[in-house]
Design a protein around this ligand. Structure first.
Ligand SMILES: *Cc1c(COP(=O)(O)O)cnc(C)c1O
Length: 403
């Protein structure tokens, strides 16, 4: 309120808001050439004049309008992800689940049907079995290792085939090319959740899928500090996802989180190489450990789909599931006694994370469903991090000794 003693011109409150215009002209008005993409932490974007604004809203001018619909930092991430996944366009969203709901609502309406693999991220399973049915969208979940199961489940109402490969947490693989060929014949788009592999290890679009989904919270962000999701696919489909669903449902990513993912992407291949090298050694250690009953890791020849893994993926990823002798109680002892590994959900972080799917990430499955889809009640899931592998192994060794 008090502008006394200030120089002539706009008042202090006005300057607080408009002073930057002065700064634009005199300080920022020179070439910037920042090496790191700037964070455009702006909710809205100015129009040149009323006619310009109207042209933007008529879709005749591509200028930015409002960050829910698009933002330059977000665009930089989308262009990069589309390129890495060999797709035409991408859409960055607030979380992996925002990506899942946006994809489903772009493809389906009340009365439609989805065929999905039966082992899914727990949140996706809950969306499919609890939330979508309330909206009149039904889902049939089928064992995902056999492509014929998808063929049998597709009906005239099916508008989407949805799968995870490798699946969380059973690491069951689906032959993406085979399912894509089946679905294409029936005119149904295929979405692949590529969170476990990242575009470094697998490109579902190149195998015939139509849409790729990432929980970018995991390996793409990679540091355990961001929740985000990404869709990649055809440009026209992505425009509908943005202008029909994202616009109305609103699960947009923040410019800062988009920037964190851009930063994560810079080291993705280096991190993945180390995640995989560490995971291979940990998987071997566990396989020979007398207190471990079963180790599930696509990079081991004992994985029932080892041949498909070699054909479909460029590496095994960093996720291991295993069963401790003595069942659920023995697994609990291991999880309660690790010191370096962190007992936490999520995955793909620099830190090694350990968790119990049956009571944590996949507690949305009933006991009967868990058994049916192969999530053993004693299964322990390990996201192998980037620590020195000897230290991870030493930690697991001392915890297993107590089990
Ligand atoms: C974590 C996860 C999701 C959900 O992503 P959020 O970013 O947590 O919303 C979806 N699919 C898979 C395979 C995941 O691991």
């Amino acid at each position: 309120m008090n502008d006394e003693g200030r120089p002539e011109g706009p008042g202090f409150a006005t300057l607080c808001i408009h002073g930057k215009k002065h700064l634009d002209k005199h300080e920022v008005g020179r070439p910037i050439r920042a090496v790191s993409t700037p964070i455009f932490q702006s909710s809205t974007f100015a129009f040149e004049n009323a006619e310009h604004g109207a042209a933007v809203f008529r879709g005749e001018d591509p200028s930015y309008v409002y960050t829910r619909l698009g933002n330059p930092t977000q665009t930089a991430l989308e262009v990069e992800m589309a390129y890495l996944e060999q797709g035409e366009a991408a859409l960055a969203l607030a979380s992996g689940m925002a990506a899942a709901t946006t994809a489903v609502l772009t493809c389906c309406q009340a009365g439609d049907h989805i065929v999905a693999g039966d082992t899914l991220y727990g949140g996706t399973h809950q969306l499919f079995t609890q939330t979508l049915p309330r909206m009149g969208i039904t889902v049939t979940e089928v064992p995902a290792a056999d492509p014929d199961n998808f063929a049998r489940a597709i009906t005239r109402k099916t508008k989407l085939v949805y799968l995870e490969s490798p699946a969380n947490p059973t690491l069951v693989l689906t032959d993406i090319a085979a399912v894509a060929a089946i679905a294409r014949k029936r005119g149904v788009p295929v979405l692949v959740d590529n969170t476990f592999c990242t575009p470094y290890l697998q490109n579902p679009l190149a195998l015939g899928a139509d849409i790729v989904l990432h929980s970018a919270t995991k390996y793409i962000g990679g540091h355990g500090d961001t929740v985000a999701g990404i869709l990649v696919g055809k440009a026209d489909w992505m425009m509908r996802a943005r202008m029909e669903i994202l616009r109305d449902v609103g699960g947009c990513i923040s410019p800062f989180n988009a920037w964190l993912l851009l930063r994560g992407l810079k080291t993705l291949p280096v991190r993945m190489d180390r995640h995989m090298a560490n995971a291979m050694e940990v998987a071997q250690f566990l396989s020979f450990h007398p207190k471990v009953d079963q180790v599930i890791f696509p990079g081991l020849k004992t994985h029932p789909q080892y041949e498909l893994y070699r054909r479909q993926q460029r590496g095994p990823g960093g996720m291991i599931s295993f069963l401790v002798k003595g069942g659920r109680e023995a697994g609990r002892v291991v999880m309660d006694n690790v010191k370096l590994c962190t007992l936490a959900v999520s995955l793909g972080d620099v830190d090694t994370l350990i968790e119990h799917p049956a009571t944590m990430t996949h507690s949305t499955y009933s006991e009967a469903e868990l058994l049916k889809v192969g999530i053993h009640p004693a299964m322990v899931r390990l996201s192998v991090g980037l620590e020195n592998v000897e230290d991870i192994i030493a930690d697991l060794r001392q915890a297993l000794a107590l089990a």
